[in-house]
Design a binder for this molecule. Sequence first.
Ligand code: TXA
Ligand code: MG
Length: 345
Amino acid sequence: MKTRLLTEQDIDAAAAILRNGGLLGIPTETVYGLGADGLNAAAVRRIFTAKGRPQDNPLILHVPGASWLDLYCRSIPSAAYALAEAFWPGPLTMILRRREHVPNVVTCGLNTVGVRCPKHPVTLEIIRAANVPVAAPSGNLSGRPSPTCAAHMMEDMDGRIDAIVDGGPCGVGVESTIIDLTAQPPRLLRPGGLPLEALRDVLGEVSVDKAVLSPLAPGEKPKAPGMKYRHYAPKAPVMVVAGESRRTARYIRRHLGDHTGVICFDEYKNMFPGCVVETIGPAGDPEEQARRVFDALRAFDGTDAAEIFAQCPANAGLGLAVANRLKKAAGFHVVEAVDVGGDGL
Ligand code: TXA
Ligand code: MG
């Protein structure tokens, strides 16, 4: 199969691919998605094959607005409409009870379904033109960093899907925040492009699933099945160095080997001579770090880096999502930088 690159003008061709049961790369504000008609079980099954995705990891349905919620969900709490009003279109996925006709292959047999309205004008037009909910995971091969531009999605999916719509680089850069509205209080299952603080402003109390902050014990099952897999990983092993940024930069400098890669904040990029260095933005700018974190992880695969150290933001605002992606890329290998003082910074 030859994978075509479509432009923002090709709405009808893109919608036809979805309606005919094909696979389509779609731009969103978070990351690129791998879409299919979410009511066509055979088409959805092909998503799993194209990505090499485990069969127990359910998909999100993408809709053009809150008026579609009732078509696929039941017992919808008023909080869902309040969140949609505040944050849709935008980087928020809600887990709700599903209606029976949502195919099992979408939900992997769960009695809930994830629904989101993406904030990208082209994709919203494509969904409306196709007039079907679009089931779409991130458009990477399973386990790889999520794609934040059409070229990165092409790297992973060329020859595996019908087409990718190039809608430019993603403005947010990490996936949507996932909130489970069937739990009491609502529970954050995945930190993402919408900060936890914004959810708490609307919902009051929100609990945080254990899988967000720490590795699971062997055999332990997270509420979002996808949170149990090692993820976003470059080929070389990653170690996250946690703590105040000057201290973590010094820690990494003391531990450099012959083929060390470094993910660091812009301020520290000159501290690691001879290393492959990828910057992710200023230490105090987690929005910029979110836009760049997946590109940084992806960049090491063409290099000779045999191990990668990563600086990591604190858990506030989008920092929670950036830190979660880095820690998942590291398989939760995290060291706390201990300051031995010294070298002029
Ligand atoms: O920003 C995003 O959410 C992107 C773009 C394309 O919209 N999509 C995305 O999908 O990140 P994916 O498949 O890579 O991640 C979806 C996550 C997985 O961890 C999955 O386990 C979880 O959502 N999920 C889906 N349905 C669920 C459900 N019913 N209950 C709990 N978790 C669910
Ligand atoms: Mg994904």
